[in-house]
Design a binder for this molecule. Sequence first.
Ligand SMILES: [Fe+2]
Length: 345
Amino acid sequence: MRAIIINDMKPILLILAVLATAPAIAQDKVVNLYSSRHYQTDEALYSGFTRLTGIKVNRIEGGEDALIERIRNEGARSPADVIITVDAGRLWRAEQLGLFQPVKSALLEARLPQAYRDPAGQWFGFSLRARLIAYNKAKVRPGEIQTYEELAEPKWKGRVCMRSSTNVYNLSLMGALIDHLGEQKAEAWARGVRANFARDPKGGDTDQLKAVAAGQCDVTVSNQYYYARLARSAKPEERAVAEQVGVVFPNQASWGTHVNISGAGVARHSPNRDAAVKFLEYLTSDEAQRYFADGNNEWPVVAGVRIENPVLGEFGEFKRDRLNVAVLGRNQPGAQKIYDRAAWK
Ligand SMILES: [Fe+2]
């Protein structure tokens, strides 16, 4: 008799268990962020969202590529609601792996410029980075180099440091060059720059800036936030690196400086989809734009948002490339082929 009751109760217990979790799912009181960001200002970002919406933020942090791999492995059971990462090239890779779902939101479309989001709504750019030319002030005069194209000129033979061509920033830069110059000229550029190397590609953007400051080479390219980090560093030796380096916003007289984004999208199997969309919408608020961008010394993408970052303030206004950043992703495979043909490691 007793055994029969327990057996009969099993489905009821199951239903109770489902009901117990159902309201939490239906009300979206939590959002799971998979993020490759780890900046101090992100704390304020998340608490601001929770204060406004009552939705709790769970963070899962990891390296850019590791995070994408993790979500991929979790498949349909992934708890990921929002995926946050950097560079349109990487967002494009995640899109190609089917990790996002399209989102239609009038607010996102109104607040975010078209150039900085996926036309199909799979991912959205929330802050902006620029790839600058940096030079040793003792060896290069201001104005002596003003375009990416000039890096390939014989004048700079033995004077250029570059990071690896497999790096997504350089792939995206090549993606822009392909669009503006065409494949042939873009390849000639890669060969020219490669012929000007002072050393084989190694290290990240900060290493290139340090090599320029140390006189190992005279020019390089770097995202602005690496320079800004050095300039704002608490360590005098890092500030000294920034002081010896001048930066140029390239191509102001032509197609503008190559820009890229930090961005996010809603995960394909998001269990808290409404909360995920709300979070993306929150990122477009003036307050969130400031936290999100300033955490990494980037610019907000939403027009008219005031910034207080002293280094970005000194940079002032500049002409940005107007290319839709989705093109940078689409051109990635072609970009790598060009670098490979040019023997740019
Ligand atoms: Fe970076």
